[in-house]
Write a protein that binds this ligand. Structure first.
Ligand code: AMP
Ligand code: GLY
Length: 431
């Protein structure tokens, strides 16, 4: 099969890496891709939001299956357009992508279907928010969220009234997130540890993936501003068996069933961002695509052909596919440009990639990289995701950091405590 993967991050490199192992793959294209995907297939100079060009390419080259990585083309209706042109495409329709595209849609959907999530109130008028804040309707901390896509930046944890008012101003008056500031959600602050849980869904049936945990904050100990994700790991212990069963029963099943009942069946990758609170797991957010960096640690545990699964989703039938996972631990440490998520420099030559890739069971997934004069250079905030697999979590951590120590570029930065929380889980479980 000829496959087109849309996107340019380490997530897309990981998807291409796994697809490349499929005996059914004949040609692999990535639009626009990065220096890592260029080694696996052909990069196209078409951006992930250039819908017309992507469609022309898929039609003219008779692409058999298109896999969409990032959320923006999904929320923009790429799947609907490809399907109208008779193409097979893996991802939710524009209507189903509202689960990620609109916080108010997602919250109202959860309320309609009794899915556990933080209490919330939606606003369209900043004066009404100010009035409710002013008359002490809320307890602090609380969470202020811009309604639409904001590249992970439209969420403010507010410890007091002043910070909440500032967040409302940033979102609704200064319009820092554009049209995402038309509406705003105020949400109860949830305490606990986060977990990411993804499932493959064909609109009716779903198959769970193994759980994972992201590290969003830029500094060790979860300090500093949020980023796109500084690393992740996957071990089964992230969700205990009873918690996993409860999440399937209380979150995943009602979501898949509810979307189908409402006439917008969810076909694609459903990602539930969970907070594991004392009163059970609650949904922080839905994403309608593979997580990044979660995919980098989940796919190395998949023992089944990814192409068969993704084609099954796109065709609307996963029922005959038996999916197997290994019980290994996988750790991905993100190597970023110094300064990220603030301003940073690009174009720095990256050395040691080959050496890092030679470490056993280690893959260097590229994120923001490009080729220049035959050299691989940094081209984004998150540059590499060094990913190692091992029988135990401590071995996987050691191996991933061994890989990190082999690569170098000027100003590189990474967290030193990726997966440390996982070790604590194992210690508790083993007692
Ligand atoms: P979201 O994009 O909605 O997942 O929010 C981004 C991040 O903000 C989450 O990964 C959490 O770390 C944090 N967050 C969001 N909502 C809440 C909440 N209700 N309580 C505590 N933290 C939250
Ligand atoms: N890792 C969080 C996300 O993919 O949105």
């Amino acid at each position: 099969m000829k496959i087109l993967v849309i996107g340019s991050g380490a997530r897309e490199h990981a998807i291409c890496w796994k697809l490349k192992q499929s005996p059914a793959l004949t040609e692999l294209y990535c639009a626009p891709g990065n220096a890592g995907t260029a080694r696996l297939g052909e990069n196209l100079s078409i951006g992930s939001e250039e819908m017309g060009k992507l469609l022309d390419f898929a039609v003219s080259r008779q692409v058999d299956l298109t896999v969409v990585g990032p959320e923006a083309p999904l929320v923009g209706g790429l799947v609907d357009q490809f399907e109208s042109a008779g193409l097979l495409v893996m991802g939710p329709s524009r209507a189903a992508a509202q689960l990620e595209g609109s916080k108010t849609f997602a919250k109202d959907f959860m309320r309609r279907h009794g899915i556990p999530t933080a209490d919330y109130q939606t606003y369209t008028d900043p004066v009404a928010v100010d009035a409710d804040l002013g008359r002490g309707r809320y307890r602090f901390p609380l969470v202020v969220k811009a309604d639409g896509l904001a590249a992970g930046k439209g969420v403010f944890i507010c410890p007091d009234l002043t910070s909440a008012q500032a967040a409302v101003n940033a979102v609704m008056r200064e319009r820092q997130f554009g049209a995402s500031g038309d509406r705003l959600v105020i949400e109860e602050f949830l305490q606990g540890e986060e977990a990411s849980f993804m499932v493959f869904s064909d609109g009716r049936n779903y198959i769970p993936m193994v759980p994972s945990q992201d590290h969003k904050a830029v500094f060790d100990g979860d300090q500093g501003p949020n980023t796109g994700g500084m690393g992740a790991y996957s071990i089964d212990a992230i969700l205990s068996p009873p918690t996993r069963d409860r999440v399937l029963r209380e979150v995943i099943e009602p979501t898949i069933r509810g979307m189908a009942e409402e006439g917008t069946p969810f076909r694609g990758i459903l990602y539930a961002g969970l907070m594991l609170t004392d009163s059970g797991a609650k949904v922080l957010e839905f994403n309608v695509r593979f997580g990044d960096p979660e995919t980098q640690v989940v796919l190395p545990r998949l023992e089944t052909d990814l192409l068969t699964i993704l084609a099954g989703i796109a065709r609307g039938d996963l029922s005959k596919i038996d999916i197997q996972w290994n019980s290994d631990a996988v750790v991905c440490v993100v190597v970023a440009s110094g300064g990220y998520p603030g301003p940073y420099q690009k174009g720095k030559e990256i050395k040691g990639l080959e050496m890092a890739g030679e470490i056993r069971d280690t893959v260097v997934f590229h994120a923001g990289t490009a080729k220049r004069d035959g050299k691989t250079v940094s081209a984004g905030g998150r540059v590499l995701g060094i990913t190692a697999r091992a029988k135990s979590l401590d071995e996987a951590i050691l191996r991933a950091y061994e890989g990190v120590n082999k690569v170098y570029f000027e100003g590189m930065y990474y967290r030193r405590d990726i997966a440390a929380k996982g070790l604590k889980k194992l210690t508790i479980d083993d007692l």
